[in-house]
Write a protein that binds this ligand. Sequence first.
Ligand SMILES: NC(=O)c1ccc[n+]([C@@H]2O[C@H](COP(=O)([O-])OP(=O)(O)OC[C@H]3O[C@@H](n4cnc5c(N)ncnc54)[C@H](O)[C@@H]3O)[C@@H](O)[C@H]2O)c1
Length: 401
Amino acid sequence: MKNISRRRFVGNLSAMSTAISAIGLSSNMVSAQNKIVIEPTKPPFNRPVKVGIIGCGVVMNCCYTPNLQASKFAEIVSVCDIKPERAQEAAKKFNIANWYPNLEKMLAGPHFDLLVNLTDMQEHEHLNKQALEAKRYVWSEKPMANSFQAGKDLLNLAIEQGVYIWGAPAVVQSPAFEFMARQIQDKKLGRVAAANAHYGHQGPSWSAFFYEQGGGSLPDLGVYNIASLTGILGPVKSVVAMTNIITPTRKVDDKGFIQVRAEDNAQLILEHDQGQVLSHIQCGFNYFDPYGHEGKGQNNPTISIVGSTGSMHLIGYDWHPIRVEISTQEQEKQAPFEYPENLFQWQMGASVICEYLSSGKPTRINPEHALHVLEIIEAARTSQEIGQRIYLQSAFKWPMV
Ligand SMILES: NC(=O)c1ccc[n+]([C@@H]2O[C@H](COP(=O)([O-])OP(=O)(O)OC[C@H]3O[C@@H](n4cnc5c(N)ncnc54)[C@H](O)[C@@H]3O)[C@@H](O)[C@H]2O)c1
């Protein structure tokens, strides 16, 4: 860790004030419970957003860091991992000034505005809370919290603290999503009746958390289709679902043989608020897919929506869309909707939020939508548990386009 530890500054008030003037942040710093708290900047910052990343595993290395480093709206100041050697390696590889073994130390280090949380699914909630308490904005990988209620509490806490929290996935940001949602709004398919979406692969091999309590194929995989279909067709009022475990033991890199505790196979039927549309989503960690975890070369539909006078298919995945095919009564053969691949990447959620914070450019990604998706996941599990249809409480601002 090259930078001076913030801890050294804290102790007594005179040491603190010396430190504050030394780093030139006196205008927006206050002290609380012997900790230095910097009042959050309000968007637009009109400067790059200072980012601290927590979790230096697969997605940090492959995807998030290169994406953030390519953005003029983001500046990564620190990284952190409870496996400190991962943080150290990542800092070296990506030329990031500071690395830490835990969030507490990273929060006490040089200031960052936005925490990008890329840790295990079970860790998100408490780390997000800790960052919000320190008045940092948060971008969280999914899920934002371990339960719908805890997610709502985090959003309320964020608002109280004068910051905000957003959660993956970023699928609503893709041009394919926008095109599909626009077709529905313009009634191009007539009266929409039904939709079908699926996503699965053979399951990640590197970390146990995907299969432990609080993990599962719903928050890891189903979450994308749930976000897409609710975003396109509107909030859901009830859910019926069945889930189970197809592979009870697995071998993973970090823990060897483990018992699978969270569902690895799920089927959901969603009743949307608008127009009585019924949609079906299936996901799982036991799907042979010749395109693998990367999904390269997928040329089949993974989302289909049908109405009285038209149908529409998303080719590729909603997190990696290739094109949208649409056929209507008036025009059976239509040119597919396509666009340059670099306009959307699934890992761009944190960069999109940096752009919003830095420039004020609005984004479709919003926490109420992420919370609705979380409530659907929870409802699907309850439906399986008690064998009943579950009615939901939450909604979000719709239409999104
Ligand atoms: N791998 C993918 O393809 C993929 C794609 C999209 C989203 N995601 C999501 O991204 C997140 C990370 O996935 P991954 O595949 O990179 O996992 P990973 O296991 O490779 O990395 C997670 C990292 O977080 C660290 N960590 C765990 N708890 C921590 C804590 N309390 N403090 C600091 N560090 C901690 C671990 O040591 C590990 O290095 C998950 O939420 C996952 O669902 C993964």
